[in-house]
Structure formats: C-alpha cells, structure tokens
Design a protein around this ligand. Structure first.
Ligand code: GDP
Length: 171
C-alpha cells in the first residue's frame, strides 16, 4: 500500500530530447509545487505533484557526473525515458544509454516500470514509435513493464496518457 508513500519518478534522456518541456507541461497544467535545482555542470530538475516527485536528468555519456544522481536509481518507483524521435543520428547513443540503465545494479533486477516517450512526433522526419521500439530492441525487456508513447511535448499530446500508464503500474 503506497498511499502514504512518496512516489519517485525519474525522467531521463539525452540532452535536447524534451525533458524540460515535458516537465514544464506538467508544472503549468495547474498550480503545482516545484523546485528547480541550479545547474552544476549538468542539468537536474525537480518538482512534486500529488505525492509524486519527478526528477529529471540529462542522461549522457559524461561519466563524471553520473555518481551525482545514480543513487536515485535505488529508490525510484518508475522511469520516464525521453527520446527525440527526429534525432536519428543519436538513436545508437540512446540505445547505449538504455543498455547502461538496464544493466545498472540498482535497476537490473527490479521490476521498475519504464515509460518511453517517442517525443517530437510532430517533426517531419520523426521515426514512429514502432520503429524506435525496434531500433532500441525494447522487446527484450522482459522483467519490467514498459510502454512507448508518441508525444509532442510542445502541445502536450500523448503526455497525459503516458504518465497515467506509468502511475497505474506503480500504484
Ligand atoms: P531537454 O534538454 O531534454 O530538457 O530538452 P528541452 O525540453 O530543453 O527541449 C529541447 C528543444 O526541443 C527545445 O527547443 C524544445 O522546444 C524542443 N522540443 C521539445 N519537445 C518537442 C516536441 O515534442 N516537438 C518539437 N517540435 N520540439 C520539441
């Protein structure tokens, strides 16, 4: 029974994938409490809403900052993994980062649900969520619930559905 517990959701993805825009969408929807932590060489954002705490990080190869936030893996209840669907060049980088996440000792054996946002679906050259799922080999994730949703963080399209799926997995 998690009713009295704080739920912690991590929002991760490469820089420029749309994490801040997604966070802003939920912040601005109505009056919600949030805190932005000043940048210390990498980006981190945090806000809380109805007992759910959201924390966003740039998840990219700069190993020296990883230890500043990897401890969140141990306690997070769900992960939002944001992908720029129009950034075909970096899909291989996304795949590597996802692999690192899935192999992380605090994630590997936990049944932590992962929501993938195939973001920037409005871009003319965006890959479909089906193509991204195939490119990232999501089918092989067999010990965690996962879902991929196309989204447009600028309009909010797809965001609510995705987050609803995620919180339903947790509660
Ligand atoms: P972050 O680095 O992951 O936090 O990415 P941002 O939220 O700062 O977004 C990077 C850029 O992509 C910004 O210029 C956003 O306005 C833009 N952006 C974010 N989401 C979308 C989207 O769904 N569609 C389009 N066309 N642009 C987006």
């Amino acid at each position: 029974d998690r009713r009295n517990k704080q739920i912690s959701i991590l929002i991760i993805g490469l820089n420029n994938s749309g994490k801040s825009t997604i966070i802003n969408y939920f912040k601005n929807k109505d009056d919600r409490k949030f805190v932005s932590v000043p940048t210390i060489g990498f980006n981190v954002e945090h806000f809380e809403n109805q007992g759910i705490s959201f924390t966003a990080f740039d998840y990219s190869g700069q190993g020296r900052y990883r230890n500043l936030w990897e401890h969140h893996f141990k306690t997070c209840n769900g992960i939002v993994f944001v992908i720029d669907s129009s950034d075909r060049m970096r899909l291989v980088v996304v795949k590597d980062e996802l692999e690192l996440l899935l192999q992380h000792r605090d994630i590997k054996r936990r049944r932590v649900p992962i929501l993938f946002f195939a973001n920037k679906m409005d871009c003319i050259d965006a890959l479909s969520s089906v193509k991204i799922a195939a490119g990232l080999n999501l089918e092989k994730i067999d010990n965690k619930p996962w879902q991929i949703c196309s989204s447009n963080a600028l309009t909010g399209e797809g965001l609510q559905n995705g987050v609803q799926w995620l919180t339903a997995q947790i509660r």
